[in-house]
Design a protein around this ligand. Sequence first.
Ligand SMILES: [Fe+2]
Ligand SMILES: [Fe+2]
Length: 294
Amino acid sequence: MTNFLSGYSIQKWLESCPQGYLEDTVYGHEAGEKEPEGLFDNELLREGQIRSTCNLVLGERAALAASSGLVNCAPDYKSKTFLATQTLDEARHVEIFTQRLFDLGVSPADLEDTLNEFGNPHLVKFAEVLLEKVDKGDFVAGVVGQNIVLEGMAFSVFEMLHAGAQEDNPKFAHTLSGTIADERRHVGFGENRIGALIKQYPEKKAECERMQAEMSGHMLATFASAFKEGEASNEEARRLQKEQGKESHAMYHGVDLAQADTAEMEAVLADTVLKEFKTRLGRIGLEYQSPIAA
Ligand SMILES: [Fe+2]
Ligand SMILES: [Fe+2]
């Protein structure tokens, strides 16, 4: 067997991640970087940022639960080793996005209440489908759900947020770029490891495909309600831009996020993620299924 997982050793992780692109970062960004002042003078904008960051924390908590659970059901030590590094990555993501909530003015005592208030119920259901597989010790379905579906979604959401933050919020953009690099590694592992397992256990295909369809349905429902809830703060940001005579642009897959309305943003995100699923599932020998409406 070729050593297809040698790129996923702890040594490699140390060199590329903590001693590489994360070196000298503080909670994922450069030391001294702050949230833009304007956020604290405008409750609508600040609440919009708190809301979206709450969902990042919830998504990352699910990824932490899934990757740590998968360590114990992995059939080989190379996978366990990689998943141990991934567990630390996910715990870091939970920590840096939680820290961002504190930076945005959420008090640590109110953290759980804030997450309950702003957390998207569809995202919770999305995570439940995955965690059920992990709890049953189902490694194949667990890795497909975590490293292809959840992280494929996270990757695209982070890229979109990154495009939107680059001009206006370098602190948040830097925080995101480290997580994007991490997610790229996690998705790569999913493809490399699981392709071989799907060949070995073709009877698992139908179940994995069904899970993808279910998770995709919850994902689309998450996007729909998140963009709807974000509409007011989005419009407020546009209004302020006009007032200040600023014209900014933030391109994401051909759509200018700084000018587009929320329906266009939702459509381009959903389209990008589902296309990614199709490509990645195809590579591991699974057939993409249309989302089951949640
Ligand atoms: Fe993550
Ligand atoms: Fe991840």
